[in-house]
Design a protein around this ligand. Sequence first.
Ligand code: 6CS
Length: 354
Amino acid sequence: MFKKTGYLAGVLSLGVILAACGGNDETGDNENGNGEAEHNWRFTVEETQGQVQYVYAQEFAELVEEKSDGAINIDVFEFGALGSEVDQVEQLQQGIVEFAIISPGFTGTLVPEGNIFALQFLFDDDQELNQQVLNESEAINTHLAQKYEEQSIMPLAFWTEGAMQWTGSSAIQSPADFAGFQMRTQESPLILRSYEAYGANPTAMSWSELYTGLQQGAVDGQENPLFFIEDAGFHEVQDHLTISNHNMYVTMTTVNTDFYNDLDEETQSIIDEAIEEMRDRSFEIQEEQNGEALELIENATDTPTDVYELSEDEREEFRELASEARDYFRENGGDDAEMILDMLMEEIEEAQGN
Ligand code: 6CS
């Protein structure tokens, strides 16, 4: 198993808090003879227990424990245990946690090329095809990943949490409906810019504040996959849901770059194998949760939500306005933005068979 020098030095201050919190994942027996694992690692996610990222992290932890015969224990920390989504990015960079699920929507200032996932109507409507692109893309897994690695964030897998939809206190059926609309977004600048192109007034906010923000009218609407809208209860405080499929929610399983590079090959292989085994599982977990969410929202009749599906013509109006953000990304998305976007667009077309 691995041997490291110096890594733990940076881990101490929040480590005290982490020890006090404890992880939420019981990963079972540990095999050093004393009932304790030889290595205890931390994995923080942006979602709470039962939600897609948390289920993923728990299964990943179980796989790593099995593959290491109990020598490696990974404690999973649900969202809220360690601060905001942006705090979690910093914790991974500093090595306070070894693993994190990080959505590019929270790294747009740090890694400008990561804004690529803010581009709406870029990927296909078929999530399976999109996942294939995310798995195989050189633009993403080589060139974009390198940009993250330089920031001590090593992406091990990029994966979809499903197509995103809009909710609003008023109906959203055409770009005109976004005029003056206070849209909650994640942090990345290009997400905000994309909504400005529709005429909205976007505001970045942690999702920990979003339910109350929507309820009290601080913001009018938000975007997310259906499972998340339902589980976080946003439909309870929103009158309208638009099936827009305007983008997919992309997230990344990440590890601290130095931590991973300092592991021995055997330990790296355990992690790599677990990541590979989780590729199909991540797709299944989100598919199952997204698949049942719409019905749950429609059945919540005590908090009724009007559901409207955009026609292809209506989507086209948004698609046209969204293209402005691509030009902006090419010019402002970092040194390699243009190369990465062009390569990714070719890869998507190839996957589509065009
Ligand atoms: O809207 C958000 O910020 C949250 N949405 C999802 C699907 N996962 C975590 C993220 O922070």
